[in-house]
Design a protein around this ligand. Sequence first.
Ligand code: SF4
Length: 294
Amino acid sequence: MSYFDDVEGPVGVGIPTTRLIGPVLEARLRTKQRPNLTANKLIASDAYKCARAIGLRVLGYPRDVSYTDEDRAAFGAGDFVDTTAKEVFAQQRNAAIDVPFDWGDANLPIGGKADSVYKTTVVGPDREDDTTARVVAEVKSTSPGGYRYQTGGYSAPAHPKVEWVLQAGLAACSPTFDADYIHIVLVDRENLVSAEWLIGVDDPQVWADWDPDEQWTVRQLVESELGRQTDVLMQCDHGTLPAREVPGFGLVLIPPGRDEPKGKPWNCVYCPWQPTCAVLAPEAVPVNDLPVRI
Ligand code: SF4
């Protein structure tokens, strides 16, 4: 018995009814680029993360700590911003959203998904003609305090975090996109205000939290990060768990716990492998030293 006027056949289990979305879904699945994320042992969202934490993820070592309700609430708020921003990118910039990418190279098994990818016309005094540029956009949300810091509200000048730049850059500079610009959108997830940065991947800039004395292009930052992540992978492949090396911080002698909200580096405070990490030496250790987990 059906109560839907466009459904033929019984509603319930046992016998399939009229296909409501099946034909369109199947056609889309067949024509869309299929993500091949499992082939990529390295992921762009690990950009600028602790070498040991990347190693533990690559090795598939179980997490010690599951997410708290507070973490989940923050993720939920972030997802809301993320989804809404993608809708706006699709409508306002005719962007493709959640586009898979990889480096297409067995020696660089890294990939991920770009939030939004679009084309735009660039005009300006340094351009001979109007040119079409490819842009990869990355959306980030943060607390009001974090937003204020990144937009120049405290003593530091306004700047996007280098990990956001790397994450967008790993997508933009990949052969999948070979893009000209990254577009970072930062949203204060409580006050719902936003700031944006459009950065040419070959334009040298000073990145204060990377190297305050030298100018680096996004592409150069990406090359450095690719080298770091492939080194982590190589260590894991040779039976070594990398040292507790957090970019921008260095070797972590004692990881601060979750009960130390101002602990440094902050990465450890939220690290799901902290209890395991803390019982091992700070330096690289054999993978066999990891406690056996069932
Ligand atoms: S606790 Fe800190 S040092 Fe240890 S794996 Fe996690 S982020 Fe790295």
